[in-house]
Design a protein around this ligand. Structure first.
Ligand SMILES: C[S@@+](CC[C@H](N)C(=O)[O-])C[C@H]1O[C@@H](n2cnc3c(N)ncnc32)[C@H](O)[C@@H]1O
Length: 426
């Protein structure tokens, strides 16, 4: 799992606003570094510098070092995290916002900025990184944050402006009846139960299970949010949900199955795993659409089965007795992308799986999934995943998953931060 966006040590130290230690507990203190290294922190020197920047005196540095040695999140120990250049408070027992959530935050800020005086709600808010960034970046936005955990809301309060409204309770039940929002965003707990054991120790031991796990397939909370979305979205509004790429299809099906929501599309993150599902408000389509939908799903299933064959929209349309033009238009309306774009995504997803699970060469995999030109394959792969196929094989999502957080953070640091040695390939 990728880690949060705590700032690079020098940056955080200079922005921390902590007391100036005058170098008394900082300079030349190799003991902290050595202890952190012994505790398994690969970037012990950087972490030691962070702790020295945050501690007010030697006693506090000692206490912080002990907590970190015991495996607590670095962010919990220093009490803050940096998200898209903004410092946010975090606290023990409260989920630490992750770097990957910048994708969702970007979408929420964009959606909110496109509206006048938008009403924005972060569900499953935790420390409320989405609501906080929207409040700071979109003038006139009125933000709300809801969570079932009072401790999380106490931290959220510190990150939000005074006029922000907080709601405590289980799912949608936390909200007053009749409240509607232009933008609703959430990072619900979406880790499938069986994947808990694969999560980093810090998360398993220092974040509440309720903040992480989403049932057998990880989608319990996603489905609940989708099921109630039509009652809480304002006309023209959008629900933005972070999830894993592999969960997208089931979530889209859930949205369509409500019959009360509009088109659904998705944005894939640079890590190749994180997706933001965008579920638009509104009725699905004019009368007659359900029959269409069955046919469209049939076409999509056929494309899944035959993803390695050249795209032939005419033949696909003829197979379900539709015109090619009608099929293309309705496909885009229902699934948020053209048949061509859908096919390309399927092929790239298949290629990602093959890169992770086989030793076949990149060229062979390119042909296996239906591309005829390695150049097109590589370009398309990079567009969707953010790195070329060979780099993905080296630093793929699975590798990052099992990687100690300090290293994953280093490798996945955004390119704008030029200190990251692996940034160009991550
Ligand atoms: C994965 S964390 C996300 C927190 C925050 N949005 C972020 O990205 O840092 C999920 C949050 O959902 C909250 N949560 C879990 N189950 C809930 C429920 N049934 N109702 C309301 N909130 C819930 C947890 O307390 C936790 O704060």
């Amino acid at each position: 799992m990728l880690r949060s966006g705590i700032a690079a040590p020098r940056g955080l130290a200079s922005r921390a606003g902590g007391r100036d230690t005058g170098g008394m507990i900082g300079t030349g203190d190799d003991a902290t570094t050595a202890r952190l290294r012994a505790a398994g922190c690969v970037f012990a020197e950087e972490e030691a510098e962070l702790l020295r920047g945050a501690a007010r005196d030697a006693a506090e540095l000692e206490a912080m070092t002990r907590r970190r040695e015991a495996g607590e999140f670095l962010e919990h120990v220093v009490g803050r995290v940096e998200v898209m250049g903004e410092r946010l408070a975090v606290g023990p027992g409260v989920f630490v916002p992750r770097r990957r959530t910048e994708l969702l935050i970007g979408e929420a800020v964009r959606a909110a900025a496109a509206r006048r005086a938008p009403r924005v709600l972060e569900m499953c808010a935790g420390a409320a990184p989405v609501a906080a960034l929207v409040a700071r970046r979109v003038p006139g936005a009125l933000v709300h944050a809801a969570d079932g955990d009072a401790a999380a809301l106490a931290v959220a309060r510190r990150n939000l402006p005074p006029r922000a409204r907080l709601h405590h309770g289980d799912g949608w039940a936390a909200l007053p009846q009749g409240e509607r929002f232009d933008v609703i965003a959430a990072v619900p707990p979406y880790v499938p139960h069986e994947r808990l054991a694969l999560m980093p120790r810090e998360a398993r031991e220092h974040e509440p299970r309720a903040a992480l796990l989403g049932g057998e397939d990880g989608l319990d909370h996603v489905r609940a949010l989708i099921a109630g979305a039509a009652d809480h979205l304002a006309p023209g509004g959008v629900l933005l949900l972070e999830m894993h790429r592999e969960q997208c299809r089931a979530a889209r099906e859930a949205a369509h199955a409500t019959g009360r929501l509009g088109p659904v599309d998705q944005v894939l993150g640079e890590d190749g795993s994180t997706v933001v599902l965008r579920v638009h408000a509104g009725p699905l389509a004019p009368a007659g659409a359900p029959a269409d939908l069955v046919l469209l799903r049939r076409v999509r299933d056929r494309m899944d089965r035959e993803h390695d064959r050249p795209l032939d929209v005419e033949a696909l349309a003829a197979g379900v007795h539709l015109s090619a033009g009608h099929l293309s238009r309705r496909f885009r309306e229902e699934f948020g992308e053209s048949p061509y774009s859908y096919l390309m995504t399927r092929r790239i997803e298949r290629a990602m799986a093959l890169l992770r699970s086989t030793d076949r060469s990149v060229t062979d995999i390119c042909m296996d999934v239906g591309f005829t030109s390695p150049g097109t394959f590589s370009t398309r792969f990079k567009e969707l995943v953010g790195v070329p196929p060979s780099a993905y094989r080296r630093h793929g999502a699975e590798v990052l998953d099992g990687m100690p957080p300090c290293i994953a953070r280093r490798i996945t640091r955004p390119i704008r931060n030029r200190e990251a040695p692996g940034a160009a390939t991550s």
